[in-house]
Write a protein of this length. Structure first.
Length: 343
């Protein structure tokens, strides 16, 4: 049978987004509730229930036929268990899928949040029409997804691809939340960029004066967002830091292009969005780190879905991975709600 209305749930370290998505990728309604990831497993699960119950109580929510959940990894997609996600310390080997299925009596699929968002972009967003899509989300963490012919590639056990934890510099003194030194996430995720900005401003208060002022004179309040605002105003120190970020990303991307050679690269997430103005420069720099002489033919595109990418992708899981007897058919329409302006 075809499901027209699906519930997508996107779990993050600080918030949960949930909403009804139709099979053309339109987000029909949505809400956000706080996620208490530092609390107990029970308290964190109650946050998920709060979001789900509120959506199911809406008129369109009563028509939901299945639930898709996007969560930070690592997780075991096949068994529906959250393993040991650094951004979700509340859950260790936690059977989230069975918990949600038992509570609501609806079929549930669980997937890595980057994979889910990448699927939404491949089906309905910037990657639509491409046979292979490499999706990168750069924000609080860094995630990657590979979508082949409209389906997520997740490896032998469902744990692939964890490209955000590829080591760029094993001598780097910063230890990523995953426990490895020199991960690209530990070097240029949003929090890592914020830490670098604060260090550089403290090192040279004169050159960091503009960013310090934007933070109300409180150096500890300087964030990656403030950095990118200053860079767009051509602040010299901000541009130096963005140059560093671009170099790290270019090294990483050059390696990914050699390994995967996708038809298109789609970049989303908060930091990814902020780097849109620098995307072509990052693409050119990545060619230096790629052996493939035709890597220059691969376009780098900004993601079209904005904050709802994970939610839409969680619902889209039912379009590519439905159990027998619950097939979901997609329509040719393209979702248009909550896309970024200009896309």
């Amino acid at each position: 049978m075809g499901h027209k209305f699906l519930l997508g749930v996107d779990i993050g370290g600080t918030k949960i987004a949930a909403g009804v998505v139709d099979d053309s990728g339109r987000v029909l309604n949505s809400l956000r509730v706080p996620m208490r990831a530092q609390e107990t497993a029970s308290i964190a699960t109650d946050c998920v229930h709060l979001a789900v119950k509120q959506v199911l109580a809406t008129p369109v929510g009563t028509k939901v036929a299945a639930i898709g959940i996007a969560s930070p990894g690592p997780l075991d997609q096949q068994s529906g268990i959250i393993l040991n996600a650094p951004n979700l310390p509340c859950w260790q080997n936690f059977p989230l899928r069975s918990e949600i299925e038992r509570e609501y009596g609806l079929p549930v699929l669980l997937e890595n949040d980057a994979n889910a968002a990448g699927l939404a972009e491949a089906l309905w967003g910037a990657g639509r029409g491409h046979a292979s899509v490499l999706y990168l989300t750069i924000g609080t963490g860094i995630g990657t997804a590979l979508i082949l012919d409209g389906a997520i590639y997740s490896g032998r056990t469902g744990a692939a691809p964890e490209g955000g934890h590829m080591t760029i510099d094993y001598r780097d003194p910063v230890i990523c939340g995953c426990g490895k030194p020199g991960c690209v996430e530990g070097m240029v995720s949003g929090p890592a960029i914020g830490a670098r900005v604060r260090w550089r401003v403290a090192e040279d208060l004169g050159r960091g004066e503009r960013m310090l002022a934007a933070a109300g004179g409180n150096a500890s309040a300087i964030t990656a967002e403030i950095l990118f605002q200053a860079a767009r105003s051509h602040d010299p120190l901000a541009l130096e830091i963005v140059d560093y970020v671009s170099d790290i990303l270019a090294v990483w991307l050059g390696n990914l292009l050699d390994i995967l050679e996708p038809h298109v690269v789609v970049i989303g997430g908060g930091v990814g969005s902020a780097l849109t103005f620098h995307l072509e420069d990052i693409r050119r720099r990545s060619l230096r780190w790629s052996l493939n002489s035709r890597s220059g033919e691969i376009p780098f595109l900004p993601a079209q879905y904005d904050v709802d990418a994970g939610m839409a992708g969680a619902a889209a899981l039912w379009l590519q991975n439905s159990p027998a007897g619950t097939e979901v058919k997609t329509s040719p329409a393209v979702g248009t709600l909550r896309r970024k302006e200009g896309n």
